[in-house]
Write a protein that binds this ligand. Structure first.
Ligand code: BG6
Length: 486
């Protein structure tokens, strides 16, 4: 019998991602038939009231092909229960202990979909009430901490109660199909490896653009900002997979050993470098897809004078033999022109063009790995246009994963929940990776605190502040959407 206890069970993340993921796993027969799901939160709710919320979240947020039949929903709800719990109340944990099977004997997953400030109290309570037995695992949502020190404090407290192999630090980008495919692309194919270095690559761009604003999470977001919400975790995880050396095998620690080396090799910025190599912005009112939207400071839960960044662009550098001198441009933003997540590898220009002046400025080869909205790998090559004379243009070798495979797509959260239930740590973040990521991010955030003028504004529905384009232009590059073929 497997038990799944979701702290923060009434929260936004539970509603949008975790409950639909759990239900999809249920529909696909991936859960133990004796599975029990407990939502836990401070609100006083009956089992039936919680079931109504679970059902609403499934109808609102599940993919169309993961809604199931009314009978399947009823069966899932029959396995669903609710516990009113407060991290500071001992008797709540006593009740939890009485309600679930012994975690020393039966697989038990405690998922902390809460703010990082209550990770330590909850884990201490679980430990105090002997709920972290041999079969227990604890999943922790990001951001884990607010900075390097608080992340260290959390990790240290976790280690006093749990073994490292019981701790699942989630970064849902690692559960995305294309992120795993990136490992296959790099380490199951020969032709890229000789080109994958400073000799042939001009720059790398990793960009996650969102059209949504902060939605109902204004208060949380205002204390977090884009750096903690996206860069410290999702963007640095993508960077480490793009830049890592080949691991000795695919065991979780072999992969994580290589990723952490990249994070350690990231060049740490001085305050002067922060002002030259980073851009941060906040959206003001504008229009997304033709619909007017309000500015960040008018979002519910956000103070009118907020200085929190909703956009970040950084020129990162990796100080090692493979990558020295190659800029890794990282970018993320809310309320951007379109929703895309992609990694672009820009190769260096050819040394000399034999095709004359009119063809001299064509863009060099690039490889674009799209994570969303579509999953694809596109290699842009040069070819001659049909007709007289030689006019070069881009042609694309396109591997479209939706066309290439009809297998069921498993959403990131579902994949990661199932991995955690199976005890597979490969796609979770180890404490040293997390520490190294915070160590790189910390000096940037500190420098920003003393540079209030550095926060630029951008119009909702644009591609962010103009300074972000300048960051690349200094090195003869431009973001993917800015390139116009001549
Ligand atoms: C989450 C962030 O980790 O990732 C959100 O907290 C963001 O702010 C989300 O919207 C983006 O995830 P995805 O999978 O929609 O790109």
């Amino acid at each position: 019998m497997t038990t799944f206890v979701l702290f923060g069970g009434t929260g936004d993340l539970a509603k949008r991602k975790i409950i639909p993921a759990l239900y999809s796993a249920f529909l696909n027969g991936r859960l133990d038939p004796n599975f029990h799901f407990y939502g836990a939160a401070r609100e006083a709710l009956t089992d039936d009231e919680f079931r109504t919320r679970v059902s609403d979240s499934i109808s609102q947020y599940s993919k169309k092909d993961a809604v199931g039949t009314p009978e399947q929903l009823t069966a899932f709800l029959a396995l669903t229960f609710y516990l009113k719990m407060d991290a500071g109340v001992d008797s709540d944990f006593e009740l939890l202990k009485k309600s679930i099977p012994d975690p020393d004997q039966q697989p038990t997953l405690f998922y902390l979909a809460t703010g990082p400030d209550i990770f330590i109290p909850v884990v201490r309570q679980l430990s105090k009430h002997q709920l972290v037995g041999k079969e227990a695992r604890v999943v922790l949502e990001k951001p884990l901490g607010r900075d390097a020190q608080s992340a260290r404090d959390i990790n240290q407290a976790l280690r006093t109660c749990l073994k490292e192999n019981q701790i699942y630090r989630i970064d849902h980008y690692l559960g995305k199909e294309m992120v795993q495919n990136l490992l296959a692309l790099r380490f199951a194919n020969l032709f890229l490896e000789p080109l994958w270095n400073r000799t042939w690559i001009h720059d790398v761009q990793i960009s996650i653009a969102e059209q949504v604003g902060v939605e109902a999470r204004g208060n949380f977001y205002d204390h977090t900002g884009a750096m903690r919400d996206m860069v410290q975790n999702h963007l640095l995880q993508l960077l480490s997979i793009v830049a890592m050396e080949a691991p000795i095998n695919s065991a979780p620690d072999s992969i994580r050993d290589e990723k952490v080396k990249v994070l350690h090799a990231l060049h740490k910025f001085t305050p002067e470098e922060v002002s030259k190599k980073t851009v941060r912005g906040q959206y003001r009112a504008g229009a997304v897809d033709g619909q007017p939207v309000i500015g960040y400071q008018n979002e519910p839960g956000v103070p009118a004078q907020s200085r929190t960044e909703t956009f970040v662009a950084i020129r990162a550098e990796i100080d090692n033999w493979r990558w020295a001198g190659v800029p890794f441009y990282l970018r993320t933003g809310k309320r951007m022109a379109s929703r895309t997540a992609e990694i672009t590898i820009n190769f260096k220009p050819i040394p000399y063009s034999i095709f004359g002046a009119s063809n001299r400025n064509v863009r060099s080869n690039r490889l674009v790995i799209s994570l969303q909205p579509d999953e694809s790998v596109e290699l842009f090559l040069k070819a001659k246009e049909p007709g007289e004379g030689i006019h070069l243009s881009d042609v694309m070798l396109n591997l479209d994963f939706a066309e290439a495979s009809t297998s069921r797509r498993v959403e990131a959260y579902e994949r990661l929940l199932l991995d955690a239930m199976r005890g597979d740590l490969t796609l979770f973040v180890r404490d040293d990776e997390l520490g190294a990521a915070w160590d790189w991010v910390d000096p940037i955030m500190s420098a920003w605190q003393t540079d209030a003028e550095g926060l630029k504004s951008y119009i909702a529905g644009s591609w962010g502040p103009a300074a972000s384009s300048y960051l690349l232009a200094q090195n003869g590059s431009s973001w993917g959407e800015e390139f116009v073929e001549n």
